[in-house]
Design a protein around this ligand. Structure first.
Ligand SMILES: Nc1ncnc2c1ncn2[C@@H]1O[C@H](COP(=O)(O)OP(=O)(O)O)[C@@H](O)[C@H]1O
Ligand SMILES: [Mg+2]
Length: 601
């Protein structure tokens, strides 16, 4: 199975670094955090006070049996109630105050990851597996919450409580109590951490399998139509089921080892509790301790061990959260392949002359795609590129947009190397109608208006009319509010292409690229739109990648690209006269036009 870097087993965890990376997000909330911590300490103090009160109550009652004049200690009862109330009140307050910090930090992290993903190169996005990656981000964001709530809300309070109780036991009673509690705690924590560490591998495996199954399901559903064309539903189901089966086995292993952990923990706690009670009972019998002391010790132990019960889960969740966070931060650390040069200036367009100088480029070093391509489109002129499929025509457009950097030579706009200017300003100067347009899963109006923030209805409609899209829109019941489906799949190829044309017209940049922009249209619409494109392209620099030669006879220059090299160049009439590759292509298309009669003319 193909794997991206994302699903590879992560290297040895660098937990502290991950935490250090998270902290800055909380810095702006430091006062909130401090206040929340104060409330937490308050809650714990109140909590430890409860058994102390209980002791006094019980000791008081002990005397009461022999004393008929005993009055019910109303003050103690009220204080008991008050303390209990304080415990939960302080806890709620802490939660309330802290929520804003956690939510805020989680939001910032998510936003930063999202922005960074858009900054990463096209290469990264072509190689990523969307299903697995979204899972990673989801888990990473959740980890921010989990980490904070588990460490700050659970581990820290428990530690404070342990310290308080141990101090009380050691000072109020004989050291044996503190000793038993202390030893039990050390054993308990040691056992929990060791077993949890050992279990981590199963958990990690589980997560990876979970992401893999998710990726597979998403990919299969994205290819819904292909699956149907080949009747492979059962194959897909079997493949998914295999993924689920390995997942289930990993889950089982994870569950079994969890049971082992829980049993061991209970054993340690049980032994400690029995020892403590034994010591306490002995003390009462020998008269060293009061009944109240016994009740208090018991109450302490129960209070202490209840949160400890969750220690294994907490430890694991914290480790897990750190892993998840690290994975998400790993995304953030992925270097940008195409980055703005430091102090990159904005592109200054004066007419928009485009120049490729001996451009060499390969997606994969082993297979060069462009082998020294040079051409110039003077400002306001139209250059056409023709050639067989795979010869590198669309690659020219991708390089002009700087989705990739050239490996040799230069690409210039108005004399400025596009690597020296900001990507934002570069792309603002370019407009493209791509070979296959993908649309947002939203309305037609949204997809057209996307080209220009704040475009009004009238503007959108004008663009749609120019792209010959308006009639189609008007024929749909919802008009411009028609939703186009995921990736625009509810539209035909021609309709999608016209949406792409409309939004490029709306953007109205000085440099236009049409990458087989009308290939999905019938010849009637093609001619109408071609006239429109010609009108729009007047006075603009235009790069046309053509598949029908009849659309480019008026180009100022035509390049014939074959296997990454320009094999012929010139104007239409000159190229025909030369009788080379272009003339042969023209001949072939002219013949097929005849075969199809009027339709292709
Ligand atoms: N992202 C990519 N990674 C690797 N190879 C690619 C990528 N995109 C295109 N290619 C290859 O580069 C060559 C040129 O592609 P392209 O410029 O799209 O051709 P066309 O002339 O048909 O528009 C093709 O052989 C194609 O397989
Ligand atoms: Mg192409």
């Amino acid at each position: 199975m193909r794997r991206t870097v994302l699903t590879e087993p992560p290297p040895q965890r660098r937990d502290r670094q991950t935490l250090a990376k998270l902290l800055p997000y909380f810095w702006q909330y430091r006062w909130r955090v401090a206040l929340a911590l104060a409330f937490m300490v308050g809650a714990k103090l109140a909590n430890v006070g409860v058994p102390l009160l209980l002791k006094r109550l019980v000791d008081g009652l002990n005397g009461a049996a022999a004393n008929p004049a005993f009055v019910i200690p109303l003050g103690l009862l009220l204080a008991y109630g008050g303390l209990r109330l304080c415990t939960s009140l302080f806890t709620e307050l802490r939660e309330l105050i802290f929520a804003k910090a956690t939510e805020g930090a989680a939001r910032q992290v998510s936003l930063q990851v999202f922005r960074h993903l858009h900054d990463l190169s096209l290469r990264f996005h072509l190689e990523r597996q969307t299903g697995g990656m979204t899972r990673d981000i989801e888990r990473g964001t959740r980890a921010v919450h989990a980490l904070i709530s588990y460490s700050l809300y659970s581990i820290l309070p428990t530690l404070i409580e342990v310290a308080l109780v141990l101090t009380l036991l050691a000072t109020q009673f004989d050291a044996a109590f503190a000793l038993i509690t202390g030893v039990a705690l050390v054993l308990y924590i040691g056992f929990t951490i060791t077993v949890t560490e050992w279990r981590t591998q199963f958990r990690r495996q589980l997560n990876e399998l979970d992401s893999a199954a998710h990726t597979q399901a998403i990919d299969s559903l994205l290819n819904y139509e292909t699956v149907k064309y080949f009747g492979q539903e059962d194959f897909e189901a079997r493949r998914y089921d295999r993924a689920l089966e390995t997942l289930r086995r990993a889950q089982l292993k994870s569950q079994t080892t969890l049971s082992l952990l829980n049993t061991g923990q209970q054993f340690i706690i049980g032994v400690a509790l029995v020892l403590m009670l034994w010591r306490a009972t002995e003390g009462v019998v020998a008269g060293r301790l009061s009944l109240g002391d016994l009740v208090m010790i018991n109450a302490f132990m129960i209070q202490l061990y209840i949160p400890l019960n969750f220690l294994g889960v907490l430890y694991r969740e914290i480790k897990q959260s750190l892993t998840d966070l690290d994975k998400m931060f790993g995304l953030l650390e992925k270097p940008r392949e195409v980055a703005d040069a430091p102090e990159a200036r904005d592109l200054r367009v004066q007419g928009g002359a485009v120049r490729f100088e001996d451009v060499h480029f390969a997606y994969d070093p082993a297979r060069p795609v462009l082998k020294g391509v040079s051409f110039e489109i003077p400002a306001g002129k139209k250059l056409a590129v023709v050639g067989p499929s795979g010869s590198g025509k669309s690659t020219l457009a991708r390089l002009l947009f700087r989705f990739y950097d050239v490996q040799g030579g230069r690409v210039l706009i108005d004399g400025q190397d596009i690597r020296a200017v900001s990507q934002h300003s570069l792309r603002a100067a370019l407009g493209i109608v791509p070979q296959d347009s993908v649309l947002f899963n939203d309305t037609l109006a949204y997809n057209i208006g996307y080209a220009k923030e704040g475009a009004g209805e009238a503007e959108i409609e004008a663009a749609a009319r120019a792209a010959r899209l308006h009639e189609f829109v008007a024929s749909t019941p919802l008009g411009y509010q028609t939703r186009v489906g995921e990736r625009g799949l509810k539209l035909s190829g021609g309709e999608k292409q016209r949406v792409a044309i409309a939004r490029t017209l709306l953007k109205d940049p000085p440099i236009l690229i049409f990458d087989e922009a009308t290939s999905a249209l019938d010849s009637h619409n093609e001619r109408a739109i071609q006239a429109q494109l010609d009108a729009v392209g007047r006075n603009k620099t235009v790069l046309v990648i053509a598949h029908r030669l009849s659309t480019i006879v008026d180009a100022d220059e035509i390049l014939v690209l074959e296997a990454g090299r320009v094999v012929e160049r010139g104007r239409h009439a000159d190229l025909l006269a030369r009788g080379g590759a272009y003339a042969r292509m023209w001949q072939i298309q002219a013949n097929s036009h005849k075969d199809h009669g009027n339709q292709m003319a």
